[in-house]
Design a protein around this ligand. Structure first.
Ligand code: 4NP
Length: 156
């Protein structure tokens, strides 16, 4: 049995490809790659087909994570059937996903950050209009949340 996890942000060029890359690495390091299918997507379509933002690529590279091969795509109706867990980076993503979810679709939609276990951290803030520190913060948050996520899913 594989667990299928989809990370979602707005553009699919900064936060969700970062979370995807971080989770992929944690899963690989734990020797669990065969047990997961991992992807990311955006609720918006402005950047479809593009590689991740260079600043996100750089911040990930500093943590030994290569996200350069990802290409942005939009969330599609079939995602709500094919993924077990769809994880939103912020509250707007969560609302948009809830609106997009077809009736009767099986995916569970949750915020990503609560998996880090710190109630003060609800969201991964959008770093798009920020500086390098904001992209590093995105990686840090993704690491905390994805570690908690993997712990929780492995305990099942
Ligand atoms: P992301 O960041 O949702 O983390 O990929 C953004 C990327 C692009 C835009 C906004 C946020 N944009 O407005 O184009």
């Amino acid at each position: 049995m594989t667990t299928k996890v989809l990370f979602v942000c707005l553009g699919n060029i900064c936060r969700s490809p970062t979370a995807e890359g971080v989770f992929r690495k944690l899963v690989a390091d734990a020797g669990l790659s065969a047990q997961f299918e991992i992807d990311s997507a955006g609720t918006g379509s402005w950047h479809v087909g593009e590689a991740p933002d260079k600043r996100a690529q750089q911040a990930c590279r500093a943590h030994g994570i290569d996200i350069s091969k990802h290409r942005a795509r939009r969330v599609r109706a079939a995602d709500f059937e094919s993924f077990d867990l769809i994880l939103a980076c912020d509250e707007q993503n969560l609302r948009d996903l809830t609106d997009m979810k077809p009736q009767g679709a099986t995916a569970e939609i949750r915020l990503l950050m609560p998996f880090a276990g710190n109630p003060a951290d609800r969201v991964v803030p959008d770093p798009y209009y920020g500086g390098p520190g904001d992209f590093e913060n995105t990686v840090q948050r993704a690491c905390a949340a994805c570690a908690g996520l993997l712990r929780q899913l492995s305990a099942k």
